[in-house]
Design a protein around this ligand. Structure first.
Ligand code: ATP
Length: 628
């Protein structure tokens, strides 16, 4: 969906001609066929019956016979070249199985010249029988050898078994047109950092004259899909230099030493092409801290990493080769990779903020016809936490939806429906029976009402009881602005909202269901962090304990050893419980106070399935009901 051709054209190596060998083989086969075929088909003697042969014999017309087993070949009398022993035989017949005792006598009587040959196959047949198997075996060896070699070398010299040591880096020619900086929305700081490299690659002389040393490596770090690869391609394209792209995992093979030799090969190729740019994606797969013994295949990985380090050290000052590497795990990288002289520049790519999200939407909707009602501002606001790749995917989903509905333009509704699909999964209408629907409406109404009456939380955006993916319903709040820091008041209200579903069920049904399991998990995790990490408990005070920590980019908990006593652990558990119980009481108070509004909201949800911000204002703010 960008103007320029997104994919840089890959250079195809030339294929070797094999036609000439095949032509020789064809000519040879033709010769053999012609020679034997001629012998067998054209120079064949005429076949006659045994009685005819006897008749000819008694008529005295036969001059010569050649006996070979049961086969009799012969010549007639009276030909011009009777004396010529090389003359072809005139006839051929076969002796009957019954013994003809008088045949020899008759032949002698007619003075026929008798030749007897041992009953063996002809010389040609012998040669054929003797040599053909060998020929076939040789041909088989020849061809299988060729095929194996072809496979080992890889078609076109790509990646085969014999050239494992060769780099698998793909070479792209930037002049063939690829994404430029105009195709990368947002990421202004990263683009600025890379601009310097572009200037250097464009005219290295200018920098060399002043004795300036360019950074040899730039490490781009950020969550998946934030445009690291895109930015690397755009940098090569802007600098108009060849671009070698390889993924860290492609260095690693079963055999120790292969990765290192691939690294050598790739750097050698790039040097030859200098000025050039090497892009190593997922560098963490080879660049992990050495000597930890984690991750398996250590020797191979370490050797590969050592080779990368050695190659980067070995750049001569006049070699304009810059290495760009990308990772979403900067925390696991070996410190040696990050020291000055290697990847000493770091470019951090974050998930896009609202403004950048809008720009990414604009880039990806350049060629997509949008209806007048589409407000990209609203779409960007509703996609908090989306990466560039998620946005691209959302635009595609919206276009698919519009096409399914036979429209020639994308509507705002396509975006919102596709967004729910991308976030939660596809709609699953058959999942809930009527009583479960009622319970889900009550649960979601509980969340929504608590959120609506919480002063410090994000505004309520949407409530729905449409089952999607694994969720039976959803309540969505959207922050007015992207948030980087949250305060205690906000977090306490967040706990209340998370418990809203469960509390509403208790209020309406008198007992709880299993539907709140995920809410409880989330609320407990949040409360634990508030107490143990963010110093939000009076009893524990301003201390930060090491509990299982989430990785900043992956959002996943990594196992860590405890650094507190059993007593503190008990205290911690108690404080978490107290915090959650307080939140539950607060929620119950809100729901009881607005019980009428809760019942109204449940009914409206049952009727309409999903309510947006405006509808929620009517039902909750004005105390009204919605038209059917
Ligand atoms: P990973 O870490 O998973 O390799 P990445 O950070 O390298 O991901 P890319 O492959 O560069 O992500 O991005 C995926 C797609 O997302 C790109 O093809 C591009 O279309 C889109 N995209 C990401 N960021 C941007 C952006 N800032 N502007 C425009 N498109 C973007």
């Amino acid at each position: 969906m960008v103007d320029k051709k997104q994919v840089l054209q890959e250079q195809q190596p030339e294929r070797k001609p094999w036609l000439d060998t095949n032509l020789v083989m064809l000519a040879f086969a033709f010769f053999i066929f012609y020679y034997f075929g001629h012998q067998v088909l054209i120079d064949r003697p005429q076949k006659i019956s045994y009685s005819e042969f006897k008749q000819q014999l008694s008529d005295g017309r036969i001059a010569q016979v050649r006996l070979q087993g049961r086969k009799v070949q012969g010549r007639y009398r009276g030909g011009a070249d009777d004396g010529n022993s090389k003359k072809k035989m005139d006839f051929l017949t076969t002796l009957p199985d019954l013994e003809d005792v008088r045949l020899l006598e008759q032949l002698a009587e007619q003075s026929v010249d008798i030749q007897v040959r041992p009953d063996e196959a002809s010389v040609w047949v012998q040669i054929l029988v003797g040599f053909l198997p060998w020929l076939l075996i040789l041909a088989l060896f020849f061809y299988s050898g060729r095929m194996l070699r072809g496979k080992m070398m890889g078609a076109g010299g790509g990646g085969g078994m014999l050239n494992f040591g060769q780099s698998r880096a793909r070479r792209f020619e930037s002049s063939k047109g690829g994404p430029g900086f105009a195709d990368v929305a947002g990421l202004e700081a990263a683009k600025q950092d890379l601009q310097e490299i572009i200037d250097y690659l464009k005219s290295p002389e200018r920098f060399r004259k002043l004795g300036a040393k360019m950074p040899k490596g730039i490490l781009m770090m950020g969550p998946p899909g934030t445009g690291k690869t895109l930015l690397a391609k755009a940098t090569a394209s802007e600098a108009d230099v060849p671009f070698y792209s390889v993924s860290g995992s492609e260095f690693i093979e079963m055999y120790v030493g292969v990765g290192a030799s691939r690294v050598r090969d790739m750097f050698a190729k790039a040097r030859k092409d200098a000025p050039a740019l090497i892009f190593i994606d997922e560098i963490d797969s080879v660049g992990r801290v050495r000597g930890t013994g984690m991750g398996g295949g250590n020797d191979e990985r370490e050797q590969t990493l050592n080779q990368i380090l050695a190659e980067m050290d070995g750049f001569e000052p006049d070699e304009a080769v810059v290495v760009l590497a990308a990772t979403n795990r900067p925390d696991v990288l070996d410190p040696a990779l990050l020291r000055p002289g290697r990847f000493d520049r770091k470019v951090v790519l974050e998930l896009p903020q609202k403004k950048a999200r809008k720009e990414i939407f604009m880039v990806h909707t350049r060629k997509t016809p949008l209806s007048e009602d589409v407000e990209l501002d609203d779409v960007a606001a509703s996609t908090v936490g989306f990466s560039g790749a998620d946005i691209e995917n959302l635009v595609n989903e919206a276009a698919l939806r519009a096409a399914r509905h036979n429209r020639d333009k994308i509507l705002q509704e396509d975006f919102s429906s596709s967004r729910d699909k991308v976030l939660m999964g596809a709609r699953r209408d058959d999942l809930l029976n009527e009583s479960e629907r009622g319970r889900t409406a009550c649960h979601e109404a509980g969340h929504a009402l608590t959120a609506y009456y919480s002063q410090h939380s994000d505004p309520l955006e949407k409530v729905s009881i449409v089952p999607r993916g694994q969720a039976l319903g959803m309540t969505e709040q959207l922050p007015k602005e992207d948030r980087h820091n949250v305060d205690e008041l906000y977090l306490k209200e967040r706990l209340s909202i998370l418990l809203g579903g469960r509390c509403a069920e208790v209020l309406a049904y008198g007992y709880v269901s299993s539907g709140a399991a995920d809410d409880l998990k989330q609320a407990t995790r949040l409360a634990r962090k508030m107490v143990a990490q963010w110093g939000m408990s009076q009893r524990l005070g301003p201390v930060g304990y090491r509990i299982a920590e989430e990785h900043p980019f992956l959002g996943r908990e990594l196992a860590e050893t405890k650094d507190f006593s059993e007593h503190t652990a008990e205290l911690l558990d108690n404080e978490v419980r107290v915090l959650l119980q307080k939140a539950e009481r607060q929620t119950m108070d809100i729901l009881k106070e607005h019980r009428v509004a809760l019942d109204r909201l449940i009914l409206e949800l049952m009727k309409h399935e999903a309510l947006d911000r405006k509808q929620l204002d009517v039902v909750l703010g004005e105390g009204g009901t919605l038209p059917d």
